[in-house]
Design a binder for this molecule. Structure first.
Ligand code: HAM
Length: 423
């Protein structure tokens, strides 16, 4: 029987890889232009890292982790996200003693056992950026600006940027009390899980997708009304900087994130496509995480962009690898050596080009058909005539024009034609 890719995973076929690479390249370029350096952490970590970091009573930890025991009996988990691993590496390598703010970025797959649906996979890719060691509202604003800028560079318009603040532990205490009072009054309309969540982790109720709970939450108190003076000032600082940067955004008082480590600023960038609204970027501040993982108190903030979803949003913009290609068609057995030498000459002499050699045992017509299938811009033809007078023929595959060129002029002609300098 055929073996298929596991549910919720998929292959990115060569046709699609071009757009993935473009997203990664734009992101790398922008992140590095903002002073970020790349970090690569393991694909699996001790389970405890995520339980402590993301929070025991979150959907990710409760239901979505790929957790297994290795042969040594350790409990390990495929990383469901990148922030906790970066924070772990920051503490492990004592990066707090490096004397300056750390700006780190990563690109890689994450694993969540979710119900697969449109834009939701069990293996998805994220591009993330984390800034560790600063509590400045400028950092939060810069992260929002930077992540929206990556999307803009890719040609996306009309993204919606929602921001909020969920305060610090002290102002959240008052909010939780108010929320508990409100939810207790409306308990009959809540789902069983939320009634349980009210005891274990009441903030998670805000994230419930059940219709009944969503209706109750419409009238729930907003965290923004409970911010203490410091958190309020910080939130205003973020907003002021966003307006200086020209970042259009709206305040989403009910914005909640699926991870427990957040403090103060939280944000999401979403996009409307035919199938509905999807979150492309999520992030925020997490001022207690480093300390929770055994490091010194260190404020930090970050974002992560879902690459699979950006690919979906870019939709029809997906493009192939744009390298011009040249097909070398030698006609006649025994001509492989000539074809090979010409192909190598082109590959080594002209950068950014791809060269495909035809099967010299096949007739010219068949080889040229193959050249079209490759989307070749030019074909270099070497037959008995050309061999006799030390030349090759160069055929423009779009116009069909063909010309004979002396062997020592081949590179020059191809360079000019393939790069479009000459019609
Ligand atoms: P998150 O919101 O869980 O945040 O994920 C970030 C982004 O990854 C989402 O906005 C979405 O685009 C994409 N994503 C998440 N789950 C899936 C999935 N199952 N399939 C496809 N795409 C998905 C985090 O992971 C935080 N670590 C972000 C962060 C960094 N906060 C601070 N620093």
């Amino acid at each position: 029987m055929e073996v298929l890719a596991p549910r919720g995973t998929r292959d990115i076929l060569p046709d699609e890889v071009g757009v993935w690479r473009r997203i990664e390249e734009e992101a790398r370029d922008l992140l590095e232009s903002f002073g970020f350096s790349e970090i690569r952490t393991p694909l699996f970590e001790h389970t405890e890292l995520f339980v402590r970091g993301i929070g025991e009573a979150t959907d990710i930890v409760e239901k979505e982790m790929y957790t297994f025991s290795d042969k040594g009996g350790r409990s390990l988990t495929l990383r469901p996200e990148g922030t906790a691993p970066v924070a772990r590496a920051y503490v492990e390598h004592r990066m707090f003693s490096f004397g300056r703010v750390q700006k780190l970025y990563y690109i890689g797959p994450m694993f969540r056992y979710e119900r697969p649906q449109f834009g939701r996979y069990r293996q998805h890719w994220q591009i993330g950026g984390e800034v560790l060691g600063s509590d400045s509202p400028s950092v939060d604003a810069e992260l929002i600006f930077l992540s929206s800028q990556i999307l803009k560079r890719l040609g996306m318009k009309d993204m919606e940027i929602g921001i909020s603040s969920i305060g610090c532990s002290s102002c959240r205490r008052d909010f939780k009390t108010a929320l508990r009072e409100y939810l207790s009054r409306n308990k009959q309309a809540l789902c069983g899980t939320c009634i349980e969540r009210m005891e274990r982790n009441i903030m998670r109720v805000l994230d419930c997708k059940e219709e009944g709970c969503k209706a109750v939450l419409q009238g729930a108190p907003s965290m923004l009304e409970y911010l203490c003076d410091d958190c309020s000032r910080h939130f205003e600082g973020v907003r002021k900087r966003l307006s200086i940067m020209g970042v259009d955004h709206f305040i989403d008082g009910h914005l909640v994130r699926g991870l427990d480590y957040y403090t103060r600023t939280v944000f999401e960038i979403s996009y409307r496509i035919r199938e509905g609204k999807i979150a492309l970027v999520g992030g925020g501040r997490y001022d207690s995480l480093i300390e929770m993982l055994g490091g010194p108190p260190t404020p930090a903030a970050g974002f992560a962009m879902g690459v699979d979803r950006v690919v979906l949003a870019l939709g029809e913009m997906r493009g192939k690898d744009e390298r011009p290609s040249v097909f070398v068609a030698a006609v006649g057995e025994g001509l492989f050596d000539v074809a090979f030498r010409i192909a190598e000459g082109i590959r080594n002499g002209i950068t950014g080009i791809s060269v495909i050699i035809g099967d010299e045992r096949e007739p010219l017509k068949k080889q040229l058909r193959e050249a079209s299938r490759w989307g070749a811009k030019l074909s270099v033809i070497i037959g008995p005539d050309e061999l006799r007078d030390g030349s090759v023929s160069i055929k423009d595959m779009e116009t069909g024009d063909q010309e004979k060129v002396a062997m020592d002029m081949v590179l020059d002609r191809i360079r000019r034609k393939a790069k479009g300098d000459e019609v």
